[in-house]
Design a protein around this ligand. Structure first.
Ligand SMILES: *[C@@H]1O[C@H](CO)[C@@H](O)[C@H](O)[C@H]1NC(C)=O
Ligand SMILES: *[C@@H]1O[C@H](CO)[C@@H](O)[C@H](O)[C@H]1NC(C)=O
Ligand SMILES: *[C@@H]1O[C@H](CO)[C@@H](O)[C@H](O)[C@H]1NC(C)=O
Length: 390
């Protein structure tokens, strides 16, 4: 009996020692793992992990879209199409005709049901690549649609601002795709040559690519339905713009992890690429379910979307291109995605804000005075750009 008591108290003693050592060890271990590493290192690990996750998501999405289609897509969109355009117009047309047309180019997007004029010539979904070094697998793809303007043109100024406000690391991790949304190929070539002359390093390194749609992509704009009571000119302008956006997104979709749409008349703040990437990775690491990270303000400027999410938006824009302007379609898309019809407007706004996350600071400021719709003045500015003098 006595012996058992002694044994029991000895057992308790050793148990006590063991537990004390164990908690000290645990504490020290937690301390080392939590604070021994620098904050930056932990951030970097989280970001790398999140980057891998995003990459996996995108790869899975691409895989789902059938790998055969992917091969087709890579062949069609950019990689193989590295042609230089000769000077005179006749040979330009010859080059254009002789471009190796593989069909059908993007069969996993259904454009043909909604743009029936495409069915007989499916090659019309192929871009005309004026310049590409075939860069892909970047973190952020920036898409800039541009059209011919009667008044001032800010495209070059915009590109210079975008390039100069990135350092080398950011440049190597980005792709800027300029889409000259005009069917006049001579004009497109002129703009492309000007871009090459003005920012030769950015074009040469493959950071900047220039594409144009093939003329057959557009439907007969004189046969559009007049919608929302707008003028014929306005309906034509906004419908074409929607198709331009969809085409550009479709080209950019397989080339990176995140897609950001911009316009051809803006300036950027320094380090915008690194800051956007960090915000995106951080909010994914935090488990937030966002659809848009909004670094802009007006219209489509600075809206970041995961490339793996883009197919839904592309398809939506093609389905309703004739019905509403693009920014309304974006609103409508997000609304359809999260709003509960049985609940009130306040709840809807709350749901929308949870997946359309507006950042406190705008990274881009609009500088144009004239809209690409002839004669329409566009003076709106975002109020939260870091430099109030622009
Ligand atoms: C594109 O063409 C240029 C010049 O002909 C060449 O230097 C470059 O390597 C090509 N790029 C690809 C991806 O084929
Ligand atoms: C560019 O900026 C990022 C973020 O500020 C930084 O991590 C990176 O080291 C910089 N790269 C160069 C080449 O200066
Ligand atoms: C293209 O540039 C040439 C030479 O500068 C010019 O003569 C021509 O009018 C331009 N074409 C278009 C469509 O802008």
């Amino acid at each position: 009996m006595m012996g058992w008591r002694i044994q029991q108290s000895r057992f308790c003693f050793w148990l006590f020692i063991f537990l004390t050592l164990l908690s000290c060890y645990t504490f020290v271990f937690m301390y080392i793992s939590d604070y021994g590493n620098s904050y930056d290192h932990r951030m970097a690990t989280t970001n790398t992990k999140t980057e891998m996750e995003i990459l996996m998501e995108q790869i899975t999405r691409l895989y789902e879209l059938k790998d055969k289609d992917i091969q087709e897509l890579t062949k069609c969109f950019g990689l193989a199409l590295n042609i230089s355009v000769p000077e005179d117009k006749d040979s330009l047309m010859v080059t254009y005709k002789s471009v190796d047309m593989v069909s059908p180019p993007m069969p996993h997007f259904d454009f043909f049901t909604f743009l029936p004029h495409l069915s007989p010539h499916q090659d019309s979904l192929r871009p005309f690549v004026l310049h590409s070094r075939g860069r892909n697998a970047v973190s952020i793809v920036f898409g800039i649609p541009t059209v011919r303007r009667k008044k001032q043109n800010y495209l070059i100024q915009t590109l210079i601002s975008l390039v100069n406000n990135m350092n080398q690391t950011e440049q190597d991790d980005s792709l800027i795709v300029v889409m000259i949304a005009e069917v006049d190929l001579e004009y497109a070539r002129n703009v492309s040559v000007e871009i090459k002359n003005r920012i030769p390093d950015a074009v040469g390194s493959g950071l900047v690519e220039v594409i144009a749609p093939t003329p057959g992509y557009y439907p007969d704009f004189s046969k559009l339905r007049i919608t929302l009571g707008d003028s014929e000119d306005r309906v034509r302008w906004r419908s074409k713009q929607n198709l331009d956006f969809a085409f550009l997104m479709m080209y950019c979709q397989p080339k990176g992890s995140f897609y950001v749409q911009l316009e051809d008349d803006l300036v950027a703040r320094p380090q915008y690429q690194a800051l956007m990437k960090k915000t995106a990775l951080q909010s994914i690491a935090d488990g937030k379910e966002w659809f848009i990270l909004d670094f802009g303000g007006l219209g489509f400027i600075g809206k970041m979307i995961k490339c793996s999410d883009l197919p839904w938006l592309i398809q939506f824009m093609v389905m309703f291109y004739n019905d509403k302007p693009g920014d309304w379609l974006l609103d409508g898309f997000v609304n359809t995605k999260v709003c509960h019809l049985g609940k009130n407007h306040v709840d809807c706004v709350k749901q929308i804000n949870s997946i359309w996350v507006k950042q406190n600071e705008a990274f881009f400021q609009h500088i144009g005075t004239w809209s690409s719709l002839d004669g329409k003045k566009q003076l709106l500015k975002t109020h939260n750009f870091y430099n109030k003098n622009i």
